[in-house]
Design a protein around this ligand. Structure first.
Ligand code: HEC
Length: 117
C-alpha cells in the first residue's frame, strides 16, 4: 500500500517534468521580435503604450522599455505575458483580450530568451 503511494507520486512527478521539458521546444520555433512580436504589440497596444500615451510608463515600440516588463526565459514571471492572461497583472488590452495564438507568440518569444532579432 505504502509502496503504491510512493510509486504513484514518482509517476506523477515524472510526468510533470516531462511536459514542462516539452514546452520550451515548442516555444523555440523561431519567433522573431521584429517580424512577430513588435508588429503584434504595435497593433494591439500602441494606442495606449507609445508616444505621448505611455500607460504604466510602457512603450511597446521600444525594446528597452518593453524589457522592463519581461523576464527573459520566464514568461510566467513576465508582466508583459501575464497581463495578456490577466493573471498577476492587469488584463491587457483592458477590453479586447488577445487571441490564444497571439498570446502564444509572446509567450514563445519570452521563453526563447526575448531576443531583439
Ligand atoms: C485602452 C488602453 C490600453 C491598451 C490598448 C493596452 N493597455 Fe496596457 N495599460 C493601460 C493602462 C491604463 C495601464 C495602467 C493600469 C494601472 O496601473 O491601473 C496599463 C498597464 C499595463 C501593464 C502594467 C500592468 C501591471 O499590472 O503592472 C502592462 C504590462 C501592459 N499594460 C501591457 C499591455 C500590452 C502588452 C498591451 C497590448 C496587448 C496593452 N497593455 C494594451 C492601458 C492599455
Amino acid at each position: 500500500m505504502r509502496l503504491c503511494l510512493v510509486v504513484g507520486v514518482l509517476m506523477v512527478g515524472g510526468m510533470g517534468l516531462a511536459s514542462r521539458a516539452d514546452e520550451p521546444k515548442k516555444a523555440d520555433k523561431a519567433v522573431s521580435y521584429k517580424t512577430d512580436v513588435a508588429p503584434l504589440l504595435k497593433d494591439a497596444c500602441a494606442s495606449c503604450h507609445s508616444g505621448a500615451k505611455k500607460k504604466a510608463r510602457l512603450d511597446v515600440t521600444d525594446y528597452d522599455s518593453l524589457m522592463k516588463f519581461v523576464k527573459a526565459g520566464e514568461p510566467d514571471k513576465s508582466k508583459l505575458h501575464m497581463s495578456l492572461l490577466g493573471k498577476g497583472a492587469k488584463q491587457m488590452p483592458p477590453k479586447n483580450p488577445l487571441a490564444a495564438d497571439q498570446v502564444a507568440v509572446i509567450r514563445a518569444w519570452i521563453a526563447g530568451g526575448a531576443k531583439k532579432d
